[in-house]
Design a protein around this ligand. Structure first.
Ligand code: ZN
Length: 225
């Protein structure tokens, strides 16, 4: 999996592709190369979906034009053709991004679309409505990294649960201050969330590397994910 590009804008040219897009709304555009892990001929999407629900329970409420979620819930046959598999993966990532960022920024509704390239066929453009660019970008890095791990049989980790909880907390309480300001609040954050100060500081540093906190530091190296 490889994030080739993330940009933020209106992209009026694609509004006709999903009638739920709000006119004039800002969106994230993600160009994503998707590969099936070599060790995995068959992917159990239904299991991946159930694992995702533990971390992001509101995924269950998503309405999807492609019936992705109905198929996963009803355990219908999952496509085995390679192009269909990677399309499924890209589409699942779109929904993880939607869920995460709309939960953090409290969007009432958020629509998106996944468009596959004819050539190369492993490349996709994802367009997702987004209120806060930084939260949107964080959600892209997080979603791609998470789905990559789930595809090789892992489950969401304690760190995943904590990062999601911390981002929601910071967005609501502190409007995503800079790292040093947040480190000075570590005792308060630790006591509010019931974690150790050490764990708070280490997760804050991760969020800074994701480009989420106010900082002059550049975004992480895209390929490192
Ligand atoms: Zn969908």
């Amino acid at each position: 999996m490889d994030i080739k590009e993330i940009s933020y804008g209106e992209f009026p040219e694609i509004c006709g592709l999903n009638k739920r897009f709000k006119p004039g709304g800002r969106k994230l555009k993600v160009v994503l190369d998707v590969f099936v892990p070599r060790s995995k001929k068959k992917i159990n999407f239904s299991l991946i979906y159930r694992k995702l629900l533990k971390l992001l329970p509101t995924l269950e409420r998503h309405k999807c034009g492609e019936n992705l979620f109905n198929n996963l819930r009803n355990h219908k046959e999952i496509p085995s053709h390679k192009v269909e598999q990677i399309t499924h993966i890209a589409h699942l990532i779109e929904h993880v991004i939607i869920d995460l960022q709309s939960n953090v920024t409290k969007l009432n509704s958020c629509s998106g679309i996944t468009c596959g390239y004819k050539n190369p066929e492993h490349r996709f453009d994802l367009f997702i409505e987004c209120k806060e660019e930084k939260v949107g970008k964080f959600s892209v890095f997080f979603a791609v990294d998470l789905v990559k791990r789930l595809l090789v049989g892992k489950s969401p980790s304690k760190r995943d649960f904590r990062l999601v909880k911390l981002v929601k907390y910071l967005y609501r309480r502190t409007s995503l201050l800079g790292l040093n300001q947040l480190i000075s609040l570590q005792a308060k954050i630790a006591s509010d969330l019931g974690w150790t100060k050490r764990s708070v500081v280490s997760l804050l540093r991760e969020l800074e590397n994701f480009g989420l906190l106010d900082s002059k530091k550049a975004l992480p190296n895209l390929r490192s994910l």
